[in-house]
Ligand binder design. Structure first.
Ligand code: ADP
Ligand code: MG
Length: 142
C-alpha cells in the first residue's frame, strides 16, 4: 500500500536566478502530482546552510556548497504526495546533471554537480528533519 508522505524541496540559488526556471520547476512538481503544502522564499546565511547540510560536514565540497546555498534567494517547498520522497528524487534526476535522465528537473535546469537547481530529502528521517528546519507545523496547509 502506498502511503502519503511529505518531503522538503529547495529551489537552489542558481535556478532562482534563471528566468523562467522557478515557475517551470514548480509546474513540473505539480504535474507529477505533488501538492504544495508550504512555500517560502528566503535567503539563508552560511551558518544556516551549514546546519541544513550538517550531514555533509567534513566533505570536500561542504564549504563551497554552503557558500553557494547562502549566495542568494532560495525557495523552500513542503510537498505532499503518495511516495513523495522517492518520487521527488526521481523527478529531480541525478546529483550530477551529466548523469540526469531526460525529463528530469536537473537535466533541464542544473548547471553542474554543485549548482544543480533543486534539493530533495533522501529518506523519511531526513525529510522530517528538513521540513522542521524550515517550517513550523502551523505553516503547513492541511
Ligand atoms: P543530492 O542533492 O542529490 O541529494 P548530495 O546529498 O550527495 O546530493 O549532495 C548535496 C549537494 O551537495 C548536491 O546537491 C550538490 O549541490 C552538492 N554536491 C554533491 N556532491 C558534490 C561534488 N562532488 N562537488 C560539488 N558539489 C557537490
Ligand atoms: Mg542529499
Amino acid at each position: 500500500m502506498k502511503t502519503l508522505e511529505r518531503t522538503l524541496s529547495i529551489i537552489k540559488p542558481d535556478a532562482m536566478k534563471k528566468p523562467g526556471a522557478t515557475g517551470d520547476i514548480i509546474s513540473m512538481l505539480e504535474q507529477k502530482g505533488f501538492r504544495i503544502i508550504g512555500a517560502k522564499m528566503l535567503e539563508i546565511n552560511k551558518a544556516q546552510a551549514e546546519g541544513f547540510y550538517a550531514v555533509h560536514a567534513g566533505k570536500p565540497f561542504f564549504d563551497s556548497l554552503t557558500n553557494f546555498m547562502s549566495s542568494g534567494p532560495i525557495m523552500v517547498l513542503a510537498l505532499e504526495k503518495e511516495n513523495a520522497i522517492a518520487d521527488l528524487r526521481e523527478l529531480m534526476g541525478a546529483t550530477n546533471p551529466a548523469n540526469a535522465k531526460e525529463g528530469t528537473i536537473r537535466k533541464k535546469w542544473a548547471a553542474n554537480i554543485e549548482k544543480n537547481a533543486i534539493h530533495g530529502s533522501d529518506a523519511e528521517d531526513t525529510a522530517r528533519f528538513e521540513l522542521s528546519y524550515f517550517f513550523a507545523g502551523y505553516e503547513l496547509a492541511r
